[in-house]
Design a protein around this ligand. Structure first.
Ligand code: SAH
Length: 190
């Protein structure tokens, strides 16, 4: 069996980390795969906040969620995830990023290092203890390698006393394939 893609592995790992009733964020809605996964996990008492700067992406994702009967669990935000804290005040159980451009969408509308780092910092601050941040990185497009490096550097800078971090990366000829970064906020002792 082939090894899982970074996006698939993110779902497998997060599935255990999102109890029903959680409030979570899909920071890059794109085609809505992550939004649908999150909406299924949080249940009717939970909430997903979905962000994207492409209206067309939000519209088709919304259609996907409606078809799955999950649309009512999602608040859609047409705007940049760097403004996360302006829209979401609730403590978050999980925040997912899937960076780069949307295949089939506008390839000029890629995530950028500066806004991605700002969004990651906001997400880290809003996570509950026991919450998890998941970031799928792409190095193959212009600017992708720089963004990936910056996010890895940022994640390594998280206080090791309170965070555990991990990376799943392809090796060898497949090194341009996406990689997955995870950061879990550990409970502080009273
Ligand atoms: N590269 C992935 C898909 C990534 S989709 C793959 O190959 O499967 C990334 C999404 O992020 C796009 O829909 C894009 O519109 C969105 N995006 C770009 N900048 C953003 C920002 N600042 N805030 C929120 N979404 C953003």
């Amino acid at each position: 069996m082939p090894l899982p893609r970074a996006t698939t592995l993110a779902h497998r790992i997060l599935a255990d980390q999102i109890p029903e009733g959680s409030c979570v964020v899909d920071a890059t809605v794109g085609n809505g795969h992550d939004t649908e996964f999150l909406a299924a996990r949080v249940g009717d008492s939970g909430r997903v906040h979905g962000f994207d700067v492409q209206l067309a992406a939000l519209q088709s994702a919304k259609e996907r969620l409606r078809a799955a009967g999950l649309d009512h669990r999602v608040r859609w935000h047409h705007g940049g995830h760097e403004c996360l804290a302006d829209y979401v005040a609730d403590p978050l159980q999980a925040v997912m990023f899937n960076l780069g451009y949307l295949p089939g969408g506008d390839h000029a509308l890629i995530t950028t290092t500066d806004t991605t780092l700002r969004a990651c910092s906001s997400a880290a601050a809003l996570l509950v203890e026991g919450g998890v941040l998941s970031i799928v990185l792409y190095r193959g497009h212009p600017g992708g390698a720089e963004e990936a490096q910056a996010v890895e550097t940022w994640i390594l800078g998280l206080d090791a006393a309170h965070w555990s971090v991990a990376r799943y990366s392809p090796l060898g000829r497949r090194r341009e394939a996406p990689s997955l970064l995870l950061a879990s906020k550990e409970p502080r002792l009273a």
